[in-house]
Ligand binder design. Structure first.
Ligand SMILES: Nc1nc2c(c(=O)[nH]1)N[C@H]1C(S)=C(S)[C@@H](COP(=O)(O)O)O[C@H]1N2
Ligand SMILES: [Mo]
Length: 369
């Protein structure tokens, strides 16, 4: 039996011991998290692929300092044969490259009223990278998944305490998701070695799912015959109304679009100033549920359809553009996307206890001079 350091509980507990949601000012603890975990500057929405330094980063505990020479990936559990693979061995297996938009499920949290206390993302906990590595399905087939298997558990090298529970970061996926041909065990990001903050030497990338699924610093893969009950699965990452309801699990990325704020910013307030005349408004839209089918741009409350470009992959964001002739005065711009399931972004906040999946439309105020 594998020794697990997480504990299972019969009753639900709040996802953190940070206290109840607040309408007060930002706390020192939130600032501390915000300084560690950075988002993607909105101007980087101009690029198809986000360079590593601009891609958002979210790390619950500390970034492990892994020695790639002695590192091994273990695949065990309900399989015909357990595997133990070095990085060199993994690199000899067939590789794929998948462009994927990752977004943190907590994106938009700090805009909620009241505000759940955790990483206080504003709007831009997102990025798109090209992930290269071995298809997970290839290795699972090599190990031979037994018929009683229900989920696959991925455990990282990083440990810490959350909600009073000491554990290593671990998440599971149902077998049918784990067997998708585009789920990758990545050792390269945008063609270069995986940076330390993004999971060196190996991470999971699950296209279409919120970021918590894509376990970094991957050390072990265990095929299990009962649903995984680890902290990050059972307690964190659930849509809950209050601290003690079981909630529903967070999975795929909800439809969202963002805009590159036009013009130039004021340093401190980030208010925008724009010269009068024609300007090309642009941004990106993505959804983990289906293809983006449309983006509308709101100009002072009137919605106009934007032009959509083809995305670099089925789970990578697509660019949208809309030419606008800016006349002097104060304006409010917004963008709102719809996907092939018919889902579109809400105009009002989408409140839940952990502040997850808030895909409310972005609004940008500009002064045209
Ligand atoms: N091992 C481990 N994997 C992890 C995390 C973590 O803290 N530890 N954070 C998760 C969360 S919440 C997100 S949003 C993504 C962020 O990936 P990135 O930092 O490469 O953008 O990694 C996920 N994988
Ligand atoms: Mo996240």
């Amino acid at each position: 039996m594998t020794k697990q350091i997480y504990r299972t509980r019969r009753t639900m507990r709040p996802a953190s011991n940070t206290g109840e949601p607040t309408s007060g000012p930002l706390t020192a603890q939130e600032l501390q998290l915000a300084a560690r975990n950075h988002s993607m500057p909105l101007e980087a929405l101009r690029r198809d692929i986000t360079p590593p330094g601009l891609h958002y980063v979210l790390t619950h505990f500390d970034i492990p300092d892994t020695d790639a020479a002695s590192w091994h990936l273990r695949i065990s559990g309900a399989v015909e044969r357990s595997l133990e693979l070095s990085l060199a061995a993994l690199k000899k297996d067939p590789a794929i490259t998948v462009p994927v938009t990752l977004e943190c499920a907590g994106n938009g949290r700090s805009l909620l009223r009241p505000r759940p206390l955790s990483q206080p993302w504003v709007l831009e906990a997102v990025g798109t990278a090209e992930w290269t590595g071995v298809p997970l399905a290839y290795l699972l087939a090599k190990a031979g998944v037994l018929s009683e298997a229900v989920e696959v558990v991925f455990t990282g090298a990083d440990a810490g305490i959350q909600g009073g529970v000491r554990h290593r970061y671990a998440r599971s996926l149902p077998i049918r998701e784990a067997m998708r041909p585009d789920v990758v065990l990545a050792y390269r990001m945008n063609g270069s070695e995986l940076p330390p903050q993004h999971g060196y030497p190996l991470r999971l990338v699950v296209p279409g799912w919120y970021g918590m699924t894509s376990v970094k610093w991957l050390q072990s893969i265990e095929v299990v015959t009962a649903p995984f009950k680890g902290y990050q699965q059972q307690v964190a990452y659930r849509y809950q109304d209050k601290a003690d309801d079981a909630g529903t699990p967070v999975s795929r990325i909800r439809i969202r679009s963002l805009m590159v704020p036009p013009g130039i910013p004021d340093f401190f307030t980030r208010k925008r100033f724009l010269a009068r005349g024609p300007v090309m408004l642009q941004g990106r839209a993505w959804s983990g549920a289906g293809a983006v089918s449309g983006v509308e741009v709101g100009i002072d409350g009137e919605w106009v359809p934007a032009h959509l470009e083809k995305p670099p992959g089925p789970f990578a964001w697509c660019k949208w553009t809309l030419p606008w002739v800016a006349d002097p005065g104060e304006h409010e711009l917004a963008c709102r996307a719809t996907d092939s399931t018919g889902a579109s972004q809400p105009l009002e906040q989408n409140w839940n206890y952990q502040g997850l999946g808030n895909n409310m439309v972005q609004r940008v105020s500009v002064t045209v001079e």
